[in-house]
Ligand binder design. Structure first.
Ligand SMILES: *Cc1c(COP(=O)(O)O)cnc(C)c1O
Length: 351
């Protein structure tokens, strides 16, 4: 019997990545961004490991995610990036969830200070946060919402040749200076921001991708360990003759005799179809190219050079040999998208 593709989730790697980010962050508290079910890795797995590693503050996107996290971590400080809607106010207060305030309307809502919110100012991302042209209102807004944290978000921290981070840093610092002694603890850096150095770290950092083994620089893993190892089984071996075509549309034509392995993983599991004829999997640490199109539940790879594999062997789709960033680059995307698209039918095993 063949088995479904599986994800092996490493506690050790997650804890090590947290320690690593924490050690890069100097005096700043190292929080964790675990929105979108911990970037697809799973909060049920990630939250207790991070708590044990010493993480006390967490960021998610929605109140719903915050509530799921609250049931796992009764004593954590939890912020919800997307704030809250009026009907969520009382549950946020009951469950001690801190909204991130993104607009002046939210900041001036009656009673908002009792939620101990964060105040998000926009220093150039133009996505969420109090916009630049309202900064003169900040003292008034802060008086209303009494934020426990002042935050902003970097748009280009992963692009070392961009000057945008410095501009955002300068703007963030000028707001802090203007607030003087009324300035709350502050937070600017995501994973890439932490790596920009001490100036960017302030009182609290909020890394996400580095925790899960992704790097801001696809060419340099920065020592982060792969948390997710994605494996699938060889379901069948094929000998293909020159001139035969493989898979949907016959897009691959064999030039010589070759052995192909049919593997039980496909785009329904998150192995994106754009990897047709481009992706690679690893068998015993050897890279094997994807041949022909990726189908919903299957992919074919060239194993002509290998020996020792057989029907039932587990193949690495992503992990120690094929990093998240290698795979994402081949698919013209980023590790974040790959992780968050990992399919829900896969078995998840904590190791
Ligand atoms: C997702 C997110 C983070 C974490 O970013 P990484 O690049 O994954 O480290 C930090 N801050 C905000 C506002 C975010 O949305």
């Amino acid at each position: 019997m063949s088995r479904k593709p599986r994800l092996l989730l490493s506690r050790q790697a997650l804890a090590d990545n947290y320690q690593r980010l924490s050690s890069f962050s100097g005096q700043a508290e190292c929080a964790a961004s675990i929105k979108a079910n911990a970037y697809g890795v799973g909060i049920q797995f990630a939250a207790p490991v991070l708590w044990e590693a010493g993480c006390r503050t967490y960021f998610v996107a929605y109140l719903e995610e915050a509530l799921a996290l609250r049931s796992l971590l009764p004593d954590a400080v939890i912020y919800a990036f997307h704030g809250y809607t009026p009907d969520e106010f009382s549950v946020a207060r009951d469950k001690n969830i801190r909204p991130v305030i993104n607009t002046s309307d939210e900041a001036t809502t009656q009673g908002i200070a009792s939620l101990r919110p964060a105040l998000h100012i926009d220093t150039g991302m133009r996505r969420l946060g109090i916009p630049h042209d309202e900064f003169e209102r900040l003292p008034e807004l802060m008086g209303c919402c009494q934020p426990s944290l002042l935050m902003s978000h970097l748009a280009s921290a992963d692009e070392s040749d961009s000057s945008q981070s410095q501009q955002q840093l300068a703007q963030f610092e000028s707001v802090r200076d203007a607030l003087g002694s009324r300035c709350p603890p502050s937070s600017l850096a995501n994973t890439a921001g932490i790596l920009l150095g001490e100036n960017y770290q302030f009182d609290l950092v909020r890394p996400g991708i580095g925790l899960y083994g992704g790097s801001p620089d696809p060419m340099d893993p920065k020592g982060f360990q792969p948390v997710v190892t994605w494996q699938a089984q060889i379901l069948q071996l094929q000998r293909v003759q020159p001139g035969e075509t493989v898979g949907y549309g016959g897009s691959f034509v064999a030039q010589h005799q070759m052995q192909l392995a049919t593997i039980g993983v496909g785009y329904a599991d998150g192995y994106q179809r754009v990897l047709s004829g481009r992706g690679e999997v690893a068998i015993d640490g050897e890279r094997c190219p994807v041949v022909g199109r990726v189908s919903m539940d299957l992919v074919t790879v060239d194993v002509s050079r290998l020996s020792g594999h057989r029907v039932g062997s587990w193949v690495e789709i992503m992990g120690p040999t094929i990093s998240i960033d290698t795979l994402a680059t081949k698919a013209n995307t980023i590790g974040y998208e790959f992780l968050t698209r990992l399919g829900s039918r896969m078995e998840r095993t904590i190791v």
